[in-house]
Design a protein around this ligand. Structure first.
Ligand code: SF4
Length: 68
């Protein structure tokens, strides 16, 4: 049994705005064109946990922080 994700955060200091997370988990992440950084969408915690974990795994700078 897997635990649900409680919180997802983007570490803006690390994020380079590559957009990978919004491709792997478009329900959870978006790119803010003004900031050039990823943002967590509302309700991200309720989207597919595996996708969020995949996005975190493929983030080139480990900027996605998951709290479980
Ligand atoms: S994958 Fe990582 S570096 Fe790329 S936009 Fe998402 S959080 Fe930022």
């Amino acid at each position: 049994m897997t635990e649900n994700i409680k919180k997802v955060k983007i570490n803006e200091e690390k994020c380079i705005g590559c957009g990978a997370c919004s491709i792997y988990a478009p329900e959870a992440f978006d790119l803010d064109p003004e900031k050039g950084k990823a943002v967590v969408k509302e309700g991200a915690e309720n989207t597919d946990e595996e996708k969020i974990k995949e996005a975190a795994q493929y983030c080139p700078v480990q900027a996605i922080e998951i709290e479980q």
